[in-house]
Design a protein around this ligand. Sequence first.
Ligand code: HEM
Length: 357
Amino acid sequence: MGWVGVGALIATIAYVLYRYPPHTWSSESPKSPIPPVSSDSKADTVAANKSEPTQKESPTTPPSEIQSKSSTSPNASIPPPSLPVLPVPTLNLEQDSDTKPVATEPPVQQSMNGSTQPVASTGRNGAAERDSAQPSSFSAPSLQPPVTAPPSSLMPPPPPPMSRPRPTPQPNRAPSGGLAPPRVGGSPRTPLSPAASARLAPTSGGTGLSSSTLAPITPGALSLKKSSASKRVILEPGYSPLDWAALAAKPNNQLRGVGMPPGLLRVPPSLLKTQNGRKGNDAWTSYQGKVYNITPYLPYHPGGKGELLRGAGKDSGKLFQEIHPWVNWDGILGECLVGILVSENDIQAENTLDAMD
Ligand code: HEM
């Protein structure tokens, strides 16, 4: 044990001196030349790592100290107790209000996020203000996905449903000329007899009254009236459209005129011209080649007698179409048909033939 132990100690010291010569000992730590590492590779790695940050010491380190460290042996030196602290960015969501000076950067945050969220509105709230107080490049909102809509608590209320334009109430005025105007006299209305109701049905002969006073829809019938002012007159009691319908439905009503033959007449324009309602003659008018006696209808005409007489003794087609093309002429005046309109030449030829017979 004696010589063997001394030999082993000397060998160890010799190895250590060989491995770490005295000139490599640091002046700062002369009493501990043996590094705390156990392997050579680790010692080299530590020395290599130390060389880089040493050149980038923080400004707080005196330049003289840096110079002394670089001039001495860094391999034998013990790492300083306090490593240079780099400004490592940290993510801190619970930063207190002392960092409010940084809160002057919301515009930068907004531009980096690309978010349309208004920072000004959220900056007035507690949590949102703390978020916006983070450093601009590492602020928590910048790590979040871009927010394109405000938080649910800030979402505006849903827009009201599209309000559909309500249909404006139309004036209670049907285009049908058969509707009765408001009564002012209050006289009892003549009820329709069963026979009159039966005759109101459309007939195949074309002379019967139809239940509708509306004319078949034609392109001309869809044209608007030129004047919006109504020229309807107040009819005398007992002369409503329904009264007319009841009268036309009666048998032997003689609406064609007193003493008229049962068949249709052949009416030349000269004859039509004499039937103008004057001098005791009935008022006739033509419409679409047919001649009607409008005399019994004069007090029933909603537009007044004078208006209806404008077509007496001539064709009323143009006036009729201009004023109320929707009115069913034949439905109203079917019982008043007296004949068909023929030319004067036709009448002369007929007279010649009659004379030859
Ligand atoms: C010269 C021929 C005629 C003239 C100038 C004439 C004129 C008029 C006028 C000015 C009105 C009032 C329109 C309004 O409310 O502003 C009217 C209404 C009326 N006319 Fe005539 N009319 C004529 C022939 C007829 C004939 C032959 C009939 C029947 C077959 C008739 C049936 C009616 C009816 C039913 C109305 C009410 C229409 C409605 O309010 O919708 N008219 N007419």
